[in-house]
Write a protein that binds this ligand. Structure first.
Ligand code: ATP
Ligand code: MG
Length: 440
């Protein structure tokens, strides 16, 4: 479970756009009020022989549940599944078509209910509440919540789906295909939209907490959408009050910032900006830049790239819970620009990367200052992606792509070799040889 129980609960006003009820409630056997309405014109157990005050038989209860009319929550069968496009930690994602219009294409994310004894999972509820709050061109659009009918054949277990506007690609899928070539102006457009999305969500006091290429969607017209708010949460700054105690078990390891790896629980938007830096570098390297196998290894890789983690470069780091518990390489020089230069030829890009991949979160660029960086304001200016994407008719998703080559960024001395991303498959030996091989 990504959330600790000690995390403060989100404090949103529920929107009336999408309402979710976890289970249909049978009517009380003696009077009382009802949560929903039997389907009009249907054959609900409320009609015919049964009166409000009578005790329902099992059959009548089953019929009532089957016919229960969830307001605001249509049946998932209104969509026809076309293909599976994702398999995440929390469920499957499908591409589907609206049966009625035969036109509207959506993505349906199944809500995993397997381990839920207490009704609708709190993680999915959070994701929904946050998605209801966020409405922006660069954030994935939640259309509605759907559910399957509860029947005897599924043992009266309803499956819920989050239904989104469909995006043709995710960035991990695009980067894993060598035929997809981004020009400098196109990379700028990707990063500008990504930072715009972050600027928007952070302004709305939401942390994403799972920035990675697979969670960045791109439509065929070149519009980028931040997706997967399954780990997102609201945040507030704890200026005069007690420090926040958010869980630090968030963010996919390869994109996890040093403060989380060192046990910080009072973190904020900079955690997402670290991920933005990792994704930005990946636009050139085409593969995640730091692929540790453990939290310790990840910290080692970060130190080898960004320099030793010390109170000199990061005042206060020594008070983080894991500072003395983790092994932190000493005497490492900061080499972000030096080691990225062979991939990222543009000096403005290198400079922005250097400002995003900063160890001390309080000195890391925020989305506003990143958007103001010369990288976005010098020729070639950010340019539309639709022309480039029009050359590719197939959708590209991480789930459908071959595994990307681990360790695209080589040890420094091997770096001269031009790396061919077609060799995207990880060999067993490269995996077994450990992370050291993968440090460039
Ligand atoms: N709206 C959408 N349009 C197209 N594809 C989508 C959409 N939403 C999700 N996907 C695809 O499904 C994948 C998984 O979705 P998502 O990241 O939301 O689920 P998840 O279960 O939280 O994943 P994980 O735990 O692996 O991060 C995405 O990486 C993307 O490829
Ligand atoms: Mg995801």
């Amino acid at each position: 479970m990504p959330f600790n129980s000690d995390e403060p609960k989100p404090s949103f006003q529920p929107s009336n756009k999408v309402k979710v009820m976890s289970k249909p409630m049978p009517p009380p056997s003696r009077g009382g009020s009802y949560m929903g309405q039997p389907r009009s014109g249907g054959t609900s157990g409320m009609e015919g022989s049964m009166s409000v005050n009578s005790i329902m038989t099992t059959k009548e209860k089953q019929k009532y549940i089957e016919d229960y009319n969830f307001q605001y929550c249509d049946e998932a069968s209104k969509y026809e599944k076309i293909a599976k496009i994702g398999q995440g930690t929390f469920g499957e994602v499908f591409k589907a078509k609206d049966r009625k219009t035969q036109k509207k294409i959506v993505a349906m994310k199944k809500v995993l209910m397997d381990n839920e004894k207490e009704g609708f999972p709190i993680t999915a509820l959070r994701e929904i509440k946050i998605l209801q709050l966020l409405k922006h061109e660069n954030v994935v659009n939640l259309l509605e919540i759907c559910r399957t009918k509860a029947t005897l054949s599924n043992r009266y277990k309803t499956t819920f789906y989050l239904v989104f506007d469909f995006c043709e690609h995710d960035l991990a899928g695009l980067l894993s295909n060598i035929n997809v070539k981004f020009s400098l102006g196109e990379i700028k457009k990707v990063m500008q939209q990504l930072l715009n999305g972050l600027y928007y969500i952070h302004s709305n006091k939401i942390l994403h907490r799972d920035m990675k290429a697979a969670n960045v969607l791109i439509t065929k017209t070149g519009i980028l959408k931040l997706a997967d708010f399954g780990l997102a949460r609201p945040f507030s700054f704890s200026k005069n009050s007690a420090p926040n105690r958010y869980t630090n078990r968030v963010v996919t390891l390869w994109y996890r910032p040093p403060e989380l790896l060192l046990g910080d629980r009072n973190y904020g938007p900079p955690v997402d900006l670290w991920g933005a830096g990792c994704i930005m570098a990946e636009m050139w390297t085409r593969s995640p830049i730091m692929q540790g196998n453990t939290e310790q290894q990840q910290l080692t890789l970060i130190s080898q790239l960004c320099g030793s983690i010390t109170p000199e470069v990061w005042p206060g780091v020594d008070s983080l819970e894991l500072y003395t518990k983790m092994e932190l390489p000493r005497d490492q020089k900061r080499k972000v620009k030096e080691r990225l230069k062979p991939y990222v030829k543009d000096p403005f890009a290198c400079d922005l990367l250097d400002k995003l991949l900063v160890l001390d979160p309080s000195k890391r660029a925020d989305s506003d200052s990143a958007l103001n960086h010369d990288f976005f304001w010098t020729d070639p200016m950010p340019c539309d992606l639709s022309k480039m994407l029009a050359q590719h008719t197939q959708s590209m998703f991480e789930y459908l792509a071959p595994p990307r080559r681990p360790g695209h960024m080589r040890p420094h001395h091997q770096q001269a070799a031009v790396i061919n991303p077609t060799a995207a498959r990880a060999t067993t030996s490269s995996v077994e040889s450990g992370y050291q091989d993968r440090v460039f």
